[in-house]
Design a protein around this ligand. Sequence first.
Ligand code: A2P
Length: 275
Amino acid sequence: MISKETYTLRNGVKLPKVGFGTWQIPPGDQTFNAVRDALSVGYRHIDTAEGYQNERSVGDAIRASKIPREDVFVTSKLESHIKTFEGALAAFDKTLEELGFDYLDLFLIHAPWPWSEIGKDCREGNVLAYKAMEQRHREGRIRAIGVSNFSPDDLVNIIEHTEIVPHVNQIGYFIGLDQKETIDFCNDKGIFVEAYSPLGIGYLLKNETLIEMAKRYQVSAAQIAIRYLLDKGVCPLPKSVHKHRMVENITLDFHISKEDTKVLDAIKGDPRRWQ
Ligand code: A2P
């Protein structure tokens, strides 16, 4: 099963090839039930964030599953407005407390700027926050560290002013949004790419080309979208609150031909903006 196969980060840490995304799942019962279901159908990689406000429910569901902690790869993210050393240390500690864990597998700076000030120059603050994460990594409390939504320029700033080249950059990556420049840069530096919104938050699934292709392969449009990203060597993080879709999204034992991959490569434009 694809959710049990792993990729290996530059520092040797392994992560299951498909993760379960929890963005937009409300805290409490909804996150608890979704993560419980995801674990029960085979996911062993859960992606959360301080900003999703559902870390506590994620931790509760993992504990309730009785699956050993070390068998589940868990990612969280530093809130986008925290750009100080002390602030990042404290926020990380709060993340562990919310999850109820004594270590985290992967911790990321959620964005290069606060969501309320997209594009703001936070170069200095990103370095300070990242240095705090390096410290917790050295202390053995985070197995791998990285960033999210970082452009090549944002990454250069981190690489030039800190010790550890980020292990991961998690970006919005899906058919229609090829992210070529960022992916080429990450591949060159050994920064592993994770793909959030692999289904374009669901909008991609309305694409006629995808629907036609899915029929031919006797799979769903979602399965085509996720398989496509795996073929690119990245880790997709699909979100669903429906168990049958969770199963579908990790049932990927088929291959997209080279010709069809080219057809998918040629689809342009962010599906989140298609109507
Ligand atoms: P739901 O949670 O109601 O199942 P992304 O992972 O790109 O953010 O996309 C998530 C969106 O796609 C959610 O609205 C989710 O709805 C929907 N979704 C997830 N998996 C599938 C699937 N296999 N088929 C159809 N829709 C799906």
